[in-house]
Design a protein around this ligand. Structure first.
Ligand code: ADP
Ligand code: MG
Length: 252
């Protein structure tokens, strides 16, 4: 199987990017695919949510500035079959430092090229911005998954995000395509939840995953145990939804 690199991206914060990156990666790994999760967010929520230390060293920061190889940075960070390249200390400054390095947009892509073929799936958890780190992820990726929180202002910002993706595709990464938008934190018991889902599906036909991630307490609390929800509570609605998403993704 050819390795595939997915960026989980949306410039809005709190829409379920990290939750999706961690849980989708865990499901794909559980299904037997060799899988790597790269934490591209200085907040390091994916790193910490998987029970790894916030200050893991070397981390992605060291890789991006050329102080360590990707190989060195993922050594030792394996969580139940899922390899993790942690954010590492210093990543918060990367958006300022990176532009001073030559062809900085391609640094992540170049560093990953040495290891990507070892994995069936590589998932990149992006920061809530469209700065240099996010651009690095979009240049390194083949496909983008856009988590969209199922709430009243869901559509806001999506058109701009799609324009940015098109720009990156045109200027920096012709292979980039949108895998799909993923509705997250859906509350199907409320009228609002159902209305927003219908509106987004009408607005972006063919672009929205069939799978919808419900709002689920187990999903929200799993990171505090340092676990993906499929290991925290495998029978929860959240775990089932992420398994379903992994299947849908493999079938595309
Ligand atoms: P982002 O990475 O886009 O900023 P997160 O994945 O960190 O967003 O999610 C924001 C918050 O919402 C976190 O506290 C997370 O635990 C919670 N959350 C995300 N998805 C769900 C869900 N399906 N059910 C309940 N809580 C969720
Ligand atoms: Mg996040």
């Amino acid at each position: 199987m050819m390795s595939r690199v997915y960026a989980i991206a949306n410039q809005k914060g709190g829409v379920g990017k990290t939750t999706t990156a961690v849980n989708l990666a865990a499901c794909v790994a559980e299904a037997g695919y060799s899988t790597l999760l790269v934490d591209v967010d200085p907040q390091a929520n994916a790193t910490v949510g998987l029970g790894l230390p916030r200050s893991a060293s070397p981390g992605l920061y060291d890789v991006l500035i050329g102080q360590a190889s990707a190989e060195e940075a993922l050594a030792g960070s394996c969580v139940r079959g899922l390899s993790v390249l942690p954010a590492g200390e210093g990543l918060a400054g990367a958006d300022v430092e990176l532009p001073h390095l030559g062809s900085f947009e391609r640094r992540l892509r170049e560093e990953l090229s040495a290891i990507r073929e070892r994995f069936d799936y590589v998932l990149l958890d992006c920061p809530p911005s469209l700065g240099p780190l996010a651009v690095n992820a979009l240049v390194a990726a083949d496909r983008v998954i856009v988590p969209v929180q199922t709430e009243y202002f869901a559509l806001e910002g999506l058109a701009g995000l799609l324009e940015t993706l098109a720009l990156v595709q045109r200027e920096l990464n012709p292979r980039l395509t949108v895998a799909g938008m993923l509705l997250t934190m859906q509350d199907s018991r409320t009228r609002l939840g159902r209305d927003v889902e219908r509106e987004i599906r009408e607005h972006f036909p063919d672009l929205v995953f069939d799978t919808v991630i419900p709002r689920n307490v187990r999903v929200g609390e799993a990171p505090s145990y340092g676990l993906p929800v499929i290991h925290h509570d495998p029978h929860s609605a959240g775990a089932e939804a992420y398994f379903e998403l992994a299947k849908e993704l493999a079938g595309r």
